[in-house]
Design a protein around this ligand. Structure first.
Ligand code: TMP
Length: 237
Protein backbone atom coordinates (compact mmCIF):
# COMPACT_ATOMS: atom_id res chain seq x y z
CA UNK A 1 0.00 0.00 0.00
CA UNK A 2 1.67 3.27 -1.06
CA UNK A 3 2.21 5.90 1.62
CA UNK A 4 -0.07 8.95 1.60
CA UNK A 5 2.36 11.87 1.90
CA UNK A 6 -0.14 14.71 1.87
CA UNK A 7 -3.84 15.35 1.38
CA UNK A 8 -4.97 18.75 0.17
CA UNK A 9 -8.37 20.12 -0.77
CA UNK A 10 -8.37 18.75 -4.31
CA UNK A 11 -5.50 16.25 -4.44
CA UNK A 12 -3.73 13.49 -2.58
CA UNK A 13 0.02 12.98 -2.95
CA UNK A 14 1.27 9.39 -2.82
CA UNK A 15 4.84 8.13 -2.43
CA UNK A 16 6.24 5.83 -5.13
CA UNK A 17 9.09 3.32 -5.16
CA UNK A 18 11.27 6.12 -6.56
CA UNK A 19 12.02 8.73 -3.86
CA UNK A 20 12.39 11.34 -6.60
CA UNK A 21 8.82 10.89 -7.84
CA UNK A 22 5.32 11.12 -6.38
CA UNK A 23 1.83 10.48 -7.69
CA UNK A 24 -0.82 13.19 -7.62
CA UNK A 25 -4.36 11.83 -7.31
CA UNK A 26 -7.07 14.28 -8.34
CA UNK A 27 -10.22 14.21 -6.16
CA UNK A 28 -13.80 15.18 -6.95
CA UNK A 29 -13.87 17.38 -3.83
CA UNK A 30 -14.29 21.08 -4.46
CA UNK A 31 -13.80 23.94 -2.05
CA UNK A 32 -13.97 27.69 -2.39
CA UNK A 33 -13.31 30.77 -0.30
CA UNK A 34 -10.46 29.12 1.62
CA UNK A 35 -12.45 25.98 2.35
CA UNK A 36 -15.60 27.70 3.66
CA UNK A 37 -17.70 26.33 0.80
CA UNK A 38 -17.42 22.60 0.14
CA UNK A 39 -18.91 20.23 -2.38
CA UNK A 40 -18.29 17.54 -4.94
CA UNK A 41 -18.02 17.90 -8.68
CA UNK A 42 -18.72 14.49 -10.20
CA UNK A 43 -15.70 13.13 -12.09
CA UNK A 44 -13.76 16.40 -11.63
CA UNK A 45 -10.75 14.32 -10.62
CA UNK A 46 -10.82 12.40 -13.89
CA UNK A 47 -11.21 15.56 -15.97
CA UNK A 48 -8.54 17.46 -14.05
CA UNK A 49 -5.96 14.65 -14.17
CA UNK A 50 -6.32 14.47 -17.95
CA UNK A 51 -6.39 18.24 -18.45
CA UNK A 52 -3.45 18.96 -16.19
CA UNK A 53 -1.31 16.21 -17.74
CA UNK A 54 -2.20 17.48 -21.22
CA UNK A 55 -1.50 21.14 -20.45
CA UNK A 56 1.82 20.31 -18.77
CA UNK A 57 2.78 18.29 -21.87
CA UNK A 58 1.91 21.30 -24.03
CA UNK A 59 4.19 23.46 -21.86
CA UNK A 60 7.02 20.90 -21.97
CA UNK A 61 6.78 20.90 -25.77
CA UNK A 62 7.11 24.69 -25.67
CA UNK A 63 10.35 24.32 -23.68
CA UNK A 64 8.97 25.12 -20.21
CA UNK A 65 10.23 22.72 -17.53
CA UNK A 66 7.49 21.06 -15.48
CA UNK A 67 7.19 18.23 -12.95
CA UNK A 68 5.23 16.03 -15.39
CA UNK A 69 6.45 12.46 -15.90
CA UNK A 70 3.28 10.79 -17.25
CA UNK A 71 -0.37 10.12 -16.49
CA UNK A 72 -0.67 6.79 -14.66
CA UNK A 73 -4.41 6.15 -14.64
CA UNK A 74 -7.62 8.12 -14.93
CA UNK A 75 -7.07 10.09 -11.71
CA UNK A 76 -3.33 9.88 -11.13
CA UNK A 77 -0.35 11.66 -12.66
CA UNK A 78 3.27 10.73 -11.93
CA UNK A 79 5.43 13.79 -11.28
CA UNK A 80 8.92 14.70 -10.07
CA UNK A 81 9.14 15.45 -6.40
CA UNK A 82 9.88 19.14 -5.90
CA UNK A 83 10.55 21.37 -2.93
CA UNK A 84 7.53 23.63 -3.40
CA UNK A 85 7.77 27.39 -2.84
CA UNK A 86 5.08 28.84 -0.55
CA UNK A 87 3.96 31.16 -3.33
CA UNK A 88 1.00 31.26 -5.67
CA UNK A 89 1.74 33.12 -8.89
CA UNK A 90 -1.43 34.42 -10.56
CA UNK A 91 -1.46 35.77 -14.12
CA UNK A 92 -4.42 37.83 -15.33
CA UNK A 93 -5.40 38.81 -18.86
CA UNK A 94 -8.97 39.94 -18.18
CA UNK A 95 -10.52 41.40 -15.02
CA UNK A 96 -12.41 38.87 -12.90
CA UNK A 97 -12.64 37.70 -9.30
CA UNK A 98 -10.52 39.47 -6.72
CA UNK A 99 -8.93 41.87 -9.24
CA UNK A 100 -12.33 43.46 -9.88
CA UNK A 101 -12.93 43.78 -6.16
CA UNK A 102 -9.46 45.26 -5.56
CA UNK A 103 -9.48 47.78 -8.42
CA UNK A 104 -13.13 48.54 -9.14
CA UNK A 105 -12.55 47.63 -12.80
CA UNK A 106 -15.54 45.92 -14.43
CA UNK A 107 -15.48 42.16 -14.89
CA UNK A 108 -14.48 41.32 -18.44
CA UNK A 109 -12.23 44.37 -18.92
CA UNK A 110 -9.33 43.25 -21.08
CA UNK A 111 -6.02 44.29 -19.50
CA UNK A 112 -3.56 46.20 -21.71
CA UNK A 113 -0.83 43.84 -20.59
CA UNK A 114 -0.96 40.72 -18.40
CA UNK A 115 -0.75 41.37 -14.67
CA UNK A 116 1.30 39.00 -12.49
CA UNK A 117 0.39 38.78 -8.81
CA UNK A 118 1.97 36.94 -5.87
CA UNK A 119 0.11 35.34 -2.98
CA UNK A 120 1.60 33.81 0.15
CA UNK A 121 0.44 30.18 0.25
CA UNK A 122 -0.82 29.99 3.81
CA UNK A 123 -4.34 28.71 4.54
CA UNK A 124 -4.35 30.06 8.10
CA UNK A 125 -3.81 33.58 6.72
CA UNK A 126 -6.16 33.07 3.75
CA UNK A 127 -3.39 33.25 1.10
CA UNK A 128 -2.75 37.02 1.31
CA UNK A 129 -1.60 39.14 -1.65
CA UNK A 130 2.15 39.84 -1.40
CA UNK A 131 4.41 42.30 -3.17
CA UNK A 132 8.08 41.71 -4.00
CA UNK A 133 9.21 43.14 -0.67
CA UNK A 134 6.90 40.85 1.30
CA UNK A 135 8.33 37.92 -0.66
CA UNK A 136 11.86 39.03 0.22
CA UNK A 137 11.22 39.71 3.92
CA UNK A 138 9.47 36.34 4.30
CA UNK A 139 12.38 34.70 2.45
CA UNK A 140 10.04 33.00 -0.02
CA UNK A 141 12.35 33.77 -2.96
CA UNK A 142 15.45 35.94 -3.50
CA UNK A 143 14.95 38.79 -6.03
CA UNK A 144 16.68 36.96 -8.90
CA UNK A 145 14.52 33.89 -8.34
CA UNK A 146 11.36 35.99 -8.09
CA UNK A 147 12.21 37.68 -11.38
CA UNK A 148 12.68 34.24 -12.93
CA UNK A 149 9.31 33.05 -11.58
CA UNK A 150 7.49 36.07 -13.00
CA UNK A 151 9.21 35.72 -16.36
CA UNK A 152 8.33 32.00 -16.41
CA UNK A 153 4.71 32.79 -15.53
CA UNK A 154 4.48 35.27 -18.43
CA UNK A 155 5.94 32.71 -20.85
CA UNK A 156 3.41 30.10 -19.65
CA UNK A 157 0.63 32.64 -20.17
CA UNK A 158 1.69 33.15 -23.79
CA UNK A 159 1.72 29.42 -24.51
CA UNK A 160 -1.57 28.65 -22.76
CA UNK A 161 -3.44 31.72 -24.03
CA UNK A 162 -2.58 30.74 -27.60
CA UNK A 163 -3.50 27.10 -26.95
CA UNK A 164 -6.91 27.91 -25.44
CA UNK A 165 -7.61 30.58 -28.06
CA UNK A 166 -7.48 27.89 -30.76
CA UNK A 167 -10.19 26.05 -28.79
CA UNK A 168 -12.47 29.08 -28.64
CA UNK A 169 -11.60 29.71 -24.98
CA UNK A 170 -10.32 32.89 -23.33
CA UNK A 171 -7.74 32.29 -20.60
CA UNK A 172 -8.95 35.01 -18.24
CA UNK A 173 -6.57 34.25 -15.36
CA UNK A 174 -4.81 31.33 -13.69
CA UNK A 175 -2.71 30.33 -10.71
CA UNK A 176 0.69 28.60 -10.81
CA UNK A 177 2.89 27.01 -8.16
CA UNK A 178 6.58 26.43 -8.68
CA UNK A 179 9.10 24.20 -6.94
CA UNK A 180 12.79 23.46 -6.97
CA UNK A 181 14.56 20.37 -8.20
CA UNK A 182 17.30 19.00 -5.91
CA UNK A 183 19.89 21.00 -7.92
CA UNK A 184 17.90 24.21 -7.41
CA UNK A 185 16.32 24.57 -10.86
CA UNK A 186 12.86 26.18 -10.92
CA UNK A 187 10.17 23.85 -12.26
CA UNK A 188 6.40 24.30 -12.66
CA UNK A 189 4.50 22.05 -10.24
CA UNK A 190 0.96 21.55 -8.91
CA UNK A 191 -1.84 21.59 -11.51
CA UNK A 192 -3.45 23.63 -14.27
CA UNK A 193 -7.17 22.84 -14.42
CA UNK A 194 -10.55 24.63 -14.41
CA UNK A 195 -10.09 24.67 -10.59
CA UNK A 196 -7.08 26.96 -10.99
CA UNK A 197 -7.95 28.88 -14.21
CA UNK A 198 -10.78 31.03 -15.40
CA UNK A 199 -11.80 29.96 -18.90
CA UNK A 200 -14.58 31.74 -20.79
CA UNK A 201 -16.15 30.72 -24.08
CA UNK A 202 -14.75 33.24 -26.58
CA UNK A 203 -18.12 33.82 -28.24
CA UNK A 204 -20.73 33.52 -25.50
CA UNK A 205 -18.47 34.49 -22.52
CA UNK A 206 -19.99 31.52 -20.69
CA UNK A 207 -17.87 30.59 -17.65
CA UNK A 208 -16.37 27.11 -18.07
CA UNK A 209 -14.48 26.84 -14.78
CA UNK A 210 -14.78 26.64 -11.00
CA UNK A 211 -16.58 29.99 -10.84
CA UNK A 212 -19.71 27.93 -11.72
CA UNK A 213 -19.23 26.18 -8.35
CA UNK A 214 -18.03 29.27 -6.44
CA UNK A 215 -21.00 31.36 -7.61
CA UNK A 216 -23.63 28.58 -7.82
CA UNK A 217 -24.11 29.11 -11.56
CA UNK A 218 -25.20 25.48 -12.20
CA UNK A 219 -24.00 23.10 -14.94
CA UNK A 220 -20.66 22.70 -13.14
CA UNK A 221 -19.89 19.15 -14.37
CA UNK A 222 -20.91 20.11 -17.89
CA UNK A 223 -18.44 23.00 -17.91
CA UNK A 224 -15.51 20.78 -16.89
CA UNK A 225 -16.52 18.17 -19.49
CA UNK A 226 -16.78 20.87 -22.17
CA UNK A 227 -13.21 22.04 -21.51
CA UNK A 228 -11.97 18.43 -21.64
CA UNK A 229 -13.88 17.81 -24.88
CA UNK A 230 -12.29 20.83 -26.55
CA UNK A 231 -8.78 20.04 -25.31
CA UNK A 232 -9.12 16.35 -26.27
CA UNK A 233 -10.40 17.36 -29.71
CA UNK A 234 -7.26 19.41 -30.29
CA UNK A 235 -5.27 16.29 -31.13
CA UNK A 236 -2.63 16.78 -28.44
CA UNK A 237 -4.13 14.14 -26.12
P1 TMP B 1 -8.99 35.33 -7.68
O1 TMP B 1 -9.58 36.25 -8.69
O2 TMP B 1 -9.98 34.73 -6.74
O3 TMP B 1 -7.83 35.99 -6.95
O4 TMP B 1 -8.35 34.10 -8.50
C1 TMP B 1 -7.40 34.29 -9.50
C2 TMP B 1 -7.11 32.95 -10.19
O5 TMP B 1 -6.45 32.08 -9.31
C3 TMP B 1 -8.34 32.22 -10.68
O6 TMP B 1 -8.05 31.65 -11.95
C4 TMP B 1 -8.56 31.12 -9.68
C5 TMP B 1 -7.18 30.86 -9.15
N1 TMP B 1 -7.18 30.53 -7.73
C6 TMP B 1 -6.70 29.30 -7.30
O7 TMP B 1 -6.27 28.48 -8.11
N2 TMP B 1 -6.69 29.03 -5.98
C7 TMP B 1 -7.15 29.91 -5.04
O8 TMP B 1 -7.12 29.60 -3.85
C8 TMP B 1 -7.65 31.18 -5.50
C9 TMP B 1 -8.18 32.20 -4.51
C10 TMP B 1 -7.64 31.44 -6.84
Amino acid sequence: MPELLYEGKAKKIWATADPGQVEMEFKDDATAFNGQKRGTILDKGVVNAKLSATLFAVLERAGIPTHLVRQVDDRRVLVSRLEMLALEVVVRNVVAGSLGQRTGLADGTVLEAPVVELYYKNDALGDPLFNDEHVAVMKLAVPERLAELKQRARAINQVLSAFFSELGLVLVDFKLEFGLRPGGAVVLGDEITPDTCRLWDATTRERLDKDRFRQDLGRVEEAYQEVLKRVAGHGTV
